[in-house]
Design a protein around this ligand. Structure first.
Ligand code: PEP
Length: 251
């Protein structure tokens, strides 16, 4: 069944204590509230275990922001999917455009990361999206298709059914420039058709496709009202509970 999901991505923000306070504040804000979507917070690796232990993880899923493309061993500084699971996290954000741009993540490494995340029982939130130049030259459909085909179309239908996609136009991330509701719907529908052509209508219909890029309390309702937009991946607005809650409550 397709789920509506609002997922925060804290990126490299908050010290451990600040992160714990933020997570507890969100936990308290959600208490007793009827919420119509799944809520996830993507937090720095150093915070995963403490946050997972401090909040109600049946209400807020905890996500790592990355994991390694290797199982274990001599990979100094890396964090494996199994290590992420051992913290109590249930999700992992993979292929965020910042990781692709600054840390050279390729379709090949992302393919491995996705397989390892799934093998360890994590739900990957798999990010795709074009840069401004690609959008302006009308290449955005081809770009997202190639990103999906190169990284997650090797999965079986059963495995694919366990991932969440997040369409994040790079030109909208952290810029205050949001895709219009019509632009979001157009490309989300295209992504769903691409999935349907590979895995069939049922798998495509069950796939949650989140929108990310300057989503906030003022635009979330209009974006999420689209039939193919199943929630959001939220950066800046996830760092303050009074900004994140209105996005959650947009459902
Ligand atoms: C993100 O980093 O995934 C993101 C969508 O950031 P922002 O909401 O700040 O644009």
């Amino acid at each position: 069944m397709r789920k509506n999901i609002v997922a925060g991505n804290w990126k490299m923000n908050t010290t451990l204590n600040e992160g714990l306070e933020l997570a507890k504040e969100l936990d308290a804000a959600l208490k007793g509230k009827a919420i119509n979507c799944d809520v996830v917070i993507g937090v720095p690796a150093t915070h995963l275990a403490s946050i997972a232990a401090a909040i109600d993880t049946t209400k807020i899923g905890v996500a790592a922001e990355n994991c390694a493309d290797k199982v274990s061993g001599a990979y100094t500084g890396e964090i494996s999917a199994a290590m992420v699971v051992s913290t109590g996290a249930k999700y992992v954000i993979l292929g965020h455009s910042e990781r692709r741009a600054y840390y050279g993540e390729t379709e090949t490494t992302l393919k491995e990361k996705t397989l390892l995340a799934l093998a360890n029982g994590l739900t990957p939130i798999f990010c795709i999206g074009e840069v401004l130049e690609e959008r302006e030259s009308g290449k955005h459909f081809d770009v997202v298709k190639a990103q999906i085909e190169g990284s997650v179309f090797n999965l079986s239908a059963e495995e694919f059914g366990k991932i969440v996609l997040a369409y994040e136009p790079v030109w909208a991330i952290g810029t205050g420039k949001t895709a219009s509701a019509a632009q979001a719907q157009e490309i989300h529908a295209f992504i769903r058709q691409t999935v349907a052509a590979k895995y069939g209508a049922t798998v495509a219909d069950d796939c949650s496709i989140l929108y990310g890029g300057s989503c906030n309390g003022a635009n979330a309702k209009e974006l999420f009202a689209n039939p193919d937009v199943d929630g959001g991946l939220i950066g800046g607005a996830a760092l303050a509970v009074d900004k994140f809650m209105p996005i959650i409550e947009a459902f």
